[in-house]
Design a protein around this ligand. Structure first.
Ligand code: TRP
Length: 335
């Protein structure tokens, strides 16, 4: 890795706006790496989004712009990061088909990420084949650009593991062509949702979005899960599992003050409203500049599409070069 070029690639499924979980899980790493890497790519994974939204192309289409806006508003810089749309790079589809030969059905069914997503969606055996095999298409997303550093949320680690197995099989059969890839998980790999029950998820209705207004943000924090046993202000409260404190630990820089508040809360005499108001202010400070930049950018959607078009052209050149090499080693380079 030391003398290897650092090529970063990451992506989002365009199925909804991005939330705080995305921000601490991978966005912060994206922003850092676009300055450190030799090359940096950001993909809007519309084909992957269609694997479980085939009946709703409208939703996928509309969210392409939304996730682009979220990323640009957070500070992803098209001068440093090549931003492109997955479906526009046909080589990715071609590479996926070739990689599918290197993966068994049994292995796909064992992938813990896919397994839990299948369960969440209630698919059972009736899972779309495209969805079951999305880790294979994700391998193509990553390897077409020969990228080796992948900032992702913690839930994606089994997918990255499977990518490396595909690298091994490919190299064994056709000669050394790809390098192993490395994942990078943020400081908070898994952010609990506002309900305290599970991780923040687009489909779980427990998220705070990077584009939420102050009013919505306040409402969500005020409804946050705290300690159900903490009924009166003077009652001692629990800090563990209390989402407000979990978030203060992550987002509030004034650690000493938070430690003091925790002590007070555990002793009794500190009401939920006080800590919730504090959290609203902390989150608003972080989200406000993102929201404002997003609103500014959203006034000119054509400009965003131009950025994506230009990035797509750049990514296509890289993909063509890789596919020439791949066709050659698989001996499907006829004319
Ligand atoms: N599966 C990723 C997610 O749900 C999105 C994604 C698609 C991705 N292709 C990728 C991430 C390539 C990293 C690299 O978050």
């Amino acid at each position: 890795m030391e003398n290897q070029k650092k090529i970063v690639l990451t992506g989002d499924r365009p199925t909804g706006r991005l939330h705080l979980g995305h921000f601490v899980g991978s966005m912060q790493n994206r922003l850092k790496l676009q300055d450190e890497a030799d090359q940096s790519f950001y993909m809007i994974a519309d084909i992957q989004a269609l694997t479980d939204n085939a009946d709703n192309p409208e939703k996928v289409r509309n969210n392409v712009l939304e996730v682009a806006l979220d990323n640009l508003a957070c500070g992803l810089d098209p001068k440093k990061t090549t931003m492109f749309i997955q479906s526009e790079i046909h080589e990715i589809a071609e590479l996926t088909v070739l990689f599918l030969n290197l993966v068994t059905l049994a292995r796909l069914k064992r992938n813990p990420t896919v397994k839990s997503e299948m369960k969440q969606k209630g698919y059972g055996e009736d899972v779309p084949a495209g969805f079951l095999s999305y880790p294979v298409s994700q391998a193509a997303d990553i390897l077409f650009a020969k990228s080796n550093l992948i900032p992702v949320g913690e839930d994606q680690l089994p997918v990255i593991e499977q990518v490396n197995e595909i690298v091994d099989s490919f190299n064994r059969l056709y000669g050394k062509t790809f390098d192993h890839v490395k994942h990078l998980v943020g400081d908070t790999p898994r952010l609990v949702g506002t309900d305290g029950g599970s991780k923040m998820g687009k489909s779980l209705d427990n998220g705070i979005y990077l584009s939420d207004s102050y009013e919505i943000l306040s409402k969500k924090v005020m409804n946050m899960y705290t300690d159900p046993g903490h009924i009166h202000v003077q009652d001692p409260g629990k800090v563990e599992g209390n989402v407000v404190f979990t978030y203060l630990d992550i987002f509030d820089d004034r650690k000493d003050e938070v430690a003091e508040l925790k002590k007070q809360y555990e002793k009794g005499g500190l009401g939920d409203v006080v800590i919730k108001k504090r959290l609203v202010e902390v989150l608003e400070k972080m989200i406000k500049p993102i929201r404002e930049k997003r609103e500014e950018l959203a006034k000119n959607p054509e400009k965003i599409m131009q950025i994506l078009e230009k990035g797509t052209e750049e990514a296509r050149k890289v993909a063509e070069a890789t596919m020439l090499e791949v066709r050659k080693v698989i001996k499907i380079d006829y004319f």
